[in-house]
Ligand binder design. Structure first.
Ligand code: HEM
Length: 545
């Protein structure tokens, strides 16, 4: 204690700065620390209070001395981190903004309006294909990346980002390959062709309600804000698949409060997903705060619904939904109580992954169909020739599938997300050697707009997927559902759902922009918060005679 109180101030502050440098070089330089962030936060604050108490008895101005000591430590720590990341780090030779190499906070600031897709586009224009977008992160905009990091021979894992939601755990957030593969087997059972038939019936039922609602609005001479209605539809469907009960938004014609919470909480993923350690601190230390409270409130709501869903399992009233298969597996293994966190997390996954992806894709598909009325008419002609209630016939409609694919290319539901981490031995990606432990970002938004990969890349031309294949110069980067072990388990359901909704609405209505609407808000207010969150789009649906 004497050492701390008797030493001259300059020696004390220099010692604190040296301790900062040492703690970086000896401890923090290795491994991942984001999950320890809450503990580190408490230890740091506890030590500061402790030093202040000691100084109170021995220093003339204890408060000032404590602040100086903390500041000296911080300066030592952050100078060491910055110098190391800029001049000695394994990624120092990669181009990119210097502040991004020092701290992820640079990216947080750039994404403060939820426009990561545009931030990356600006960086691509300035730095080219490979950009260091974080101290340990490379964004690589090359069509070959997906097959390298997600292909069958890849041993890449999911990156630190996926710890963002801990302690909740779910199939799409676990970073353990073994745990993921085990859980995936259970999920696959829930998406067997037998299970799919039951889901599709319910999708159709809800789509019919959607069409009726739209018809009522249209007959009353009202616009249809598809950025609301397509979300009402998808959330109602997925709520049923997760908890055996929808959110009833198609009936109430307004947002369910839990979905509102969920969507507000998802906005966290826009700017803050770059710093998962900050999210951990917020979850543990400030659970009462603003969006954190929304997130935790939404999780609690899902937990309660899942509890009710489990209670209904096996009773005569139960309808087979995705949760049925997850609960059934836990019951068979006798691990229901142990698996509760998985079941809660997976239920949230069903709702978010199933709704927040299909809804924006439908919104943008209709945006493109109203921009190009000739295309809409050609699609209608194709659909008028088939029985849209026949799933197989619908899947054979080439233009319909092409419209969906082209929408997913230009307006991907997951615009920049899907981060991977390079394995222990490092890996060659797009002809570059990337060392171990590096986060790889391969943004679909930018890949879909690569002129090297697509002729007239910024134009919506569905024929590139049918009669004009030469317009796809390099299709390897087109992975809207991802590929390999982490690929989308709901892909077939999603395609069937989107095909049916588009077919139903296009054959029943003629669709145009409402009034002076031209989609300015839709695109201008589009936010990238892992999934795409579009602005509003008001359309006019006129019942076909
Ligand atoms: C347009 C519709 C959809 C698109 C574009 C889409 C896209 C994706 C993508 C890109 C991934 C990989 C995410 C990552 O790497 O972190 C993914 C995973 C996943 N999706 Fe979808 N998805 C769609 C619909 C659905 C539906 C309807 C469900 C059903 C509940 C679903 C459930 C999942 C699940 C559970 C995963 C995690 C799979 C795993 O890690 O094994 N998705 N999806």
């Amino acid at each position: 204690m004497g050492l701390l109180t008797d030493l001259p101030s300059t020696v004390l502050y220099s010692g604190a700065a040296l301790l900062g440098v040492t703690s970086h070089l000896a401890v923090f330089i290795r491994g991942e620390w984001h999950m320890q962030a809450p503990i580190l936060f408490w230890v740091y604050n506890f030590l500061i209070i402790f030093i202040f108490i000691i100084f109170q008895q021995h220093r003339p101005n204890p408060f000032r001395a404590t602040i100086f000591i903390a500041t000296s430590y911080n300066i030592g720590l952050f100078t060491s981190i910055s110098v190391y990341r800029l001049y000695f780090h394994r990624l120092r030779h990669f181009p990119g903004p210097k502040p991004a190499a020092v701290t992820k906070f640079w990216h947080v600031w750039q994404c403060r309006h939820g426009k990561n897709h545009l931030v990356i586009e600006r960086l691509r224009a300035k730095y080219g294909t490979v950009i260091r977008t974080g101290p340990e992160e490379l964004t690589i905009i090359d069509p070959s990346v997906s097959s390298t990091v997600d292909g069958p021979r890849s041993s890449c894992t999911k990156a630190v980002w996926y710890d963002f939601l801990l302690p909740e755990i779910a199939i799409n957030t676990t970073r353990s390959l073994a745990e993921h593969d085990e859980r995936r087997k259970v999920w696959d059972r829930g998406f067997s062709s037998k299970a799919m038939i039951q889901y599709e019936e319910r999708v159709r039922h809800h789509a019919e309600i959607l069409a009726q609602r739209i018809e009522t609005l249209s007959r009353e001479g009202n616009p249809v804000n598809v950025s609301d209605w397509f979300y009402f539809f998808t959330f109602d469907v997925m709520g049923e698949f997760a908890f055996g009960q929808g959110f009833e938004m198609l009936h109430s014609q307004k947002w369910h409060w839990a979905v509102r919470l969920l969507r507000r909480a998802m906005s966290l993923l826009g700017p803050f997903s770059a710093v998962p350690w900050l999210a951990q601190i917020a979850f543990y230390i400030t659970p009462w705060m603003w969006i954190v409270r929304d997130w935790l409130g939404m999780m609690e709501w899902c937990k309660l619904r899942m509890g009710e869903r489990i209670a209904r399992h096996g009773k005569g009233t139960e309808r087979k939904d995705v949760s049925h298969w997850l609960i059934e597996d836990s019951l068979q293994k006798g691990t229901l109580e142990k698996d509760r966190e998985w079941l809660n997390g997976d239920a949230v996954t069903i709702v978010i992954a199933g709704s927040d992806t299909i809804a924006p894709t439908l919104v943008f598909a209709f945006y493109e169909l109203v921009k190009n009325r000739d295309l809409q008419e050609r699609l209608r002609q194709e659909l008028d020739k088939v029985d849209i209630y026949d799933k197989v016939e619908l899947a054979r409609c080439e233009l319909l599938t092409a419209v969906i694919k082209e929408t997913m290319r230009l307006w991907p539901a997951v615009p920049t997300g899907g981060y991977r981490q390079t394995p222990g031995e490092g890996i060659e990606i797009a002809g570059i050697w990337v060392p171990r432990g590096v986060t790889i970002v391969s943004p679909r938004w930018s890949l879909g707009r690569l002129e090297e990969a697509y002729e007239k890349a910024n134009e919506f031309i569905p024929e590139r997927w049918t009669t004009r294949p030469e317009m796809v110069r390099d299709g390897r980067g087109f992975q809207p559902f991802s590929q390999g072990r982490f690929n989308c388990v709901g892909k077939a359901l999603a395609m069937a759902e989107m095909r049916f909704v588009i077919a139903l609405l296009v054959t029943r209505f003629e669709v145009g922009f409402w009034g002076h609407e031209r989609g300015k808000k839709l695109v201008g207010e589009l936010r990238d918060q892992f999934t795409a969150s579009p602005g509003s789009l008001k359309l006019e649906f006129r019942v076909r005679s």
